[in-house]
Design a protein around this ligand. Structure first.
Ligand SMILES: Cc1cc2nc3c(=O)[nH]c(=O)nc-3n(C[C@H](O)[C@H](O)[C@H](O)COP(=O)(O)O)c2cc1C
Length: 323
């Protein structure tokens, strides 16, 4: 039997790391809606042996006040990962998430992200060095494998040998990209095999999906949600049973969308760039409306900032919502 939503008030819900989305602008805005306990920042990679200042500015504590952030690293050399670990430690962080899930072929063929999963011995060597040389706790975000879901078992054997804070599993293989569905049924076997706490990530878009996943896997106490929260910023509240009424929801939504627009206007040059950026958000936000197709088309047709602002107000305050 599925538990009631109110039974899940103690579940930890995190925002998944998402390049182009889960940055400080988005984190600050969605944090005001509430329900999200931890925010994973998009991955940092070391380029030409130095970290992009923009990546560090995004996780700078002053800009992230009141938000629990976990930085993420993408790398396959101990020196690179240690460089990021030292940089985040200098900013006051004690946890760094290691990306073993990025599926994109350009990344994976360089044995980065999910592309490292077929090589447990390399993962072992990296962890031996990084864990010995840094007191920043590593957590791991991983897929089931790159070419096959069998790859996860030897990787778990390796992870079990090392000091790892948590393993966050997105049960797809890299080759799948985002096709098909996440294999939720494999979670209990992973929990059984892992010496570390296991968190779940993938295809949680409704509070019912969250409820049944937790009911079936009662030892899992952390759900990481990505696209579900992009499409519905109230999802964490709905899972925890703290959803506001429809009137408050529309007001909060307008503030949320407005706060992001304001920050993007400060950051970007010109209406063209601004509208382009807002369109990338609306690919997801349009899903909140009963007529998602028309909502997205309405935004794509905007040619000025004023037109955009008017249409958004119109839609958020007046159109039928599905969330
Ligand atoms: C636009 C986008 C950007 C992403 N960027 C990252 C990233 O920087 N690091 C990472 O580990 N995963 C990244 N992911 C994967 C998500 O964190 C998450 O694992 C994936 O979307 C599955 O979860 P969901 O079904 O809840 O969205 C990204 C996903 C999307 C859609």
């Amino acid at each position: 039997m599925t538990k009631l939503a109110s039974d899940f008030s103690n579940i930890k819900i995190s925002l998944a790391p998402m390049q182009g989305f889960s940055d400080v602008i988005y984190r600050s805005a969605i944090n005001k809606i509430g329900g999200i306990d931890v925010f994973y920042a998009p991955y940092i990679k070391t380029e030409n042996e130095s970290i992009k200042p923009k990546s560090l500015a995004d996780i700078e504590p002053g800009a992230n006040e009141g938000i629990v952030v976990v930085p993420q690293v993408m790398g396959n050399k101990p020196a690179d990962i240690l460089q990021v670990a030292n940089a985040v430690k200098a900013l006051g962080y004690n946890e760094l998430n290691w990306n073993l899930g990025c599926p994109f072929p350009m990344v994976a063929k360089r044995r980065l992200g999910a592309g490292l999963l077929p090589y447990p011995e390399i993962i072992d060597d990296i962890l031996a060095e990084v864990v010995a040389q840094s007191d920043v706790f590593l957590s791991v975000k991983m897929r089931l494998g790159y070419l096959s879901s069998d790859e996860i078992w030897p990787v778990l054997d390796v992870l079990n040998k090392h000091r790892i804070k948590e393993i966050i599993v997105h049960p797809r293989i890299g080759k799948q990209m985002y096709n098909g569905s996440a294999d939720k049924s494999i979670l209990s076997a992973i929990v059984g095999k892992s010496a570390h706490p296991v968190a779940y990530n993938g295809d949680i878009c409704t509070s019912e999906q969250a409820s049944s996943l937790i009911a079936e896997n009662p030892t899992v106490s952390h759900l990481m949600i990505g696209r579900g929260l992009l499409c519905n910023p109230f999802l964490a509240n709905q899972i925890k049973g703290t959803e506001p009424n429809k009137f408050i929801k529309r007001t909060q939504l307008l503030n949320f969308v407005g706060a992001i627009a304001e920050k993007q206007l400060d950051r970007l040059q010109g209406a063209g760039h601004f509208l382009q950026k807002m369109t990338t958000y609306w690919e997801y936000w349009s899903q909140m409306f009963a007529d998602a197709h028309r909502a997205f088309k309405t935004i794509k047709k905007c040619r000025t900032i004023e037109e955009y602002t008017d249409k958004v107000q119109d839609m958020v305050l007046g159109w039928e919502l599905t969330i």
